[in-house]
Design a binder for this molecule. Structure first.
Ligand code: NAD
Ligand code: IMJ
Length: 258
């Protein structure tokens, strides 16, 4: 029997077959979960419908996480199909591209800072609050994706690192809020992966190579491996784990300069 047999999961953040959210969706499906998906905008609708069908799902709902109305509508729509929800996966981040290069203080703006925090951190809070009514009375789990730039000043990551630090604190405060309802809240801090969100990032190739040469496992992580960790963290096997940031990065975070 699969780890997630009988559970229902909403996956937010599939944009391509390289998306971390897609790795998570595939692992959760394999472990027996029923899935629903959101897509950011019309441009992504058909693509996400196609991916959903591949994992036996007919439930796809639009959701730009900057809109409270769209967030509310997701759960109204979901309520037509499901009488409850067990798992919420948040795999979304955004900051203006111009701020993800060069020196932090030179490039950060008030608008970019607010945007990064709104889309990459606050949206998890807003989605959790909207999902809460459907997650009552079950052993629910919420999961988001972070990056080591939350805890170290990494080149080019800049304002996104500050937003990820907010997201990680959010995980702890949300875990404290939702714990009494039996809902767990965790994050996976993934190593670098070539996805749409990582494409066009200055120096990515060299950084992937650096990880390959220095991480204890001497390689980079895959979306399948992040998916497996996600399935575990959202399963009842992780029933005492909440408020945690789990590194899934081939050990990179645990070593210093070599
Ligand atoms: P991706 O581009 O496949 O996914 C990013 C998703 O964010 C897309 O599906 C996009 O539609 C969505 N998104 C952006 N703005 C949105 C908005 N306003 N409303 C709704 N959706 C919006 O890239 P990914 O690498 O799979 O990123 C997923 C998560 O993983 C992000 O939080 C990212 O920070 C995190 N992460 C990525 C890496 C990496 O190296 N790729 C490493 C660690 C953590
Ligand atoms: C992002 C920026 C700088 C360095 C980076 C990254 N490295 C990695 C990433 C080394 C691995 C990818 N990552 C962890 C992210 O969280 C990416 C978030 C992101 C990416 C974009 C690109 C396109 C855009 N806005 C973005 N906002 C957030 O316009």
């Amino acid at each position: 029997m699969g780890l997630l047999e009988g559970k229902r999961a909403l996956i937010i953040g599939v944009a391509s077959d390289r998306s971390i959210a897609w790795g998570i969706a595939q692992a959760m499906r394999r472990e027996g979960a029923e899935l629903a998906f959101t897509y950011q905008n019309e441009r992504l609708r058909e693509r996400v419908e196609k991916y959903a069908a591949q994992v036996g799902s007919e439930i796809t709902v639009p959701c730009d996480v900057s809109s409270d109305q769209e967030i509310q509508a997701v759960f109204e729509h979901l309520d037509d199909y499901w009488d409850h929800l067990d798992i919420l996966v948040h795999s979304v981040a955004y900051a203006p591209k111009e701020e993800l290069e060069g020196e932090y203080l030179e490039n950060v703006t008030r608008a970019g800072f607010l945007m990064a925090h709104e889309i990459s951190s606050y949206s998890f809070t807003a989605l959790a609050d909207a999902a809460r009514p459907m997650m009552q009375g079950r052993k629910g789990a919420m999961l988001t994706l972070s990056y080591i730039g939350a805890v170290r000043a990494m080149p080019n990551y800049n304002v996104m690192g500050v937003a990820k630090a907010s997201l990680e604190a959010n995980v702890r405060y949300m875990a404290a809020s939702l714990g009494p309802e039996g809902i767990r809240v965790n994050a996976i801090s993934a190593g670098p992966i070539r996805t749409l969100a990582a494409s066009g990032i200055k120096g990515l190739k060299d950084f992937l190579k650096h990880v390959e040469q220095n991480a204890p496992l001497r390689r980079n992580v895959t979306i399948e491996e992040v998916g497996n960790a996600a399935a575990f963290l959202c399963s009842d096997y992780a029933s005492a784990i909440t408020g945690e940031i789990t590194y899934v990065d081939c050990g990179y975070n645990s070593v210093g300069a070599v």
